[in-house]
Design a binder for this molecule. Structure first.
Ligand code: 0O2
Length: 213
């Protein structure tokens, strides 16, 4: 925050976004290296795909307003935790915790907080594992600890979340009641699907005598 404040007369917002983007790039390559290592050493591919995004200025302002904060750089850095967002999608439910654990153990990274919406799903049916991380972005003249929100979920959970997100934005939170009910039902179907797929995968590994199980 200090690093940005010192420069905020000039271009505080651009500087902040540049730092968040650099944090995303760094986090992206750490995840890529982790995946390649697991693949290379153990022929194990827990990660299906990784997506990252910077929150738009409109979305940042909306969140600040919604939570009653000021529309300035200080509040943005302090209160908007998901400006740099990265999402890992796994095939199987158990892989979420495995990947989360591998990331939490990395050097030069702090886990600020965890929201486990898998063990405690949101009322809407939303399931995902969120880790708020702080990673140091090394610039020429400073090392800036930067927040990155990492979301880890299965492909099925991701499928559900992207439709629910579209519906939420389309109706601005006022979707007809039956959408809510149907989404909750889809969420339970998805949990059953995830559990069955994981059981099948484990059975297959047992038959193959996979020591990594
Ligand atoms: P968008 O448009 O994706 O950016 P906090 O960060 O602790 O102050 P917040 O932001 O509620 O509080 O944190 P949380 O719960 O970790 O949510 C962060 C992001 O997770 C959201 O960002 C969504 O992307 C996703 N998310 C959380 N809840 C839901 C949900 O019920 N449905 C879907 N589809 N996604 C969800 P934004 O800023 O809300 O949205």
């Amino acid at each position: 925050q200090e690093y940005i404040r010192e420069r905020s007369d000039r271009d505080g917002f651009e500087t902040a976004m540049f730092i968040y983007q650099s944090a995303l790039t760094q986090m992206g390559s750490r995840i890529e290296v982790l995946n390649s290592e697991l693949n290379h050493m153990h022929s194990y591919n827990p990660i299906e795909y990784v997506k990252s995004r910077l929150k738009t200025p409109e979305s940042i302002m909306k969140k600040l307003r919604k939570n009653g904060h000021n529309l300035n750089i200080e509040d943005m850095i302090e209160y908007v935790n998901d400006i740099a967002g990265i999402r890992i999608t796994c095939s199987f439910f158990s892989e979420i915790y495995f990947v989360a654990d591998m990331i939490a153990r990395q050097d030069n990274l702090e886990v600020i907080s965890i929201k486990d919406y898998i063990s405690q799903p949101k009322e809407s049916g939303y399931k995902s594992y969120h880790m708020l991380l702080s990673i140091p972005v090394a610039l020429g003249d400073a090392k800036v600890p930067t927040k990155v929100e990492l979301q880890i979920r299965t492909m099925a959970m991701d499928f559900w979340a992207s439709l629910e997100h579209k519906i939420y934005y389309k109706y601005e939170g006022n979707a007809p009641d039956y959408f809510e009910r149907e989404l909750q039902e889809c969420s339970s179907i998805i949990s059953r699907l995830d559990a069955k797929m994981m059981t099948l995968n484990e059975a297959m590994k047992r038959i193959e005598g996979d020591p990594g199980l």
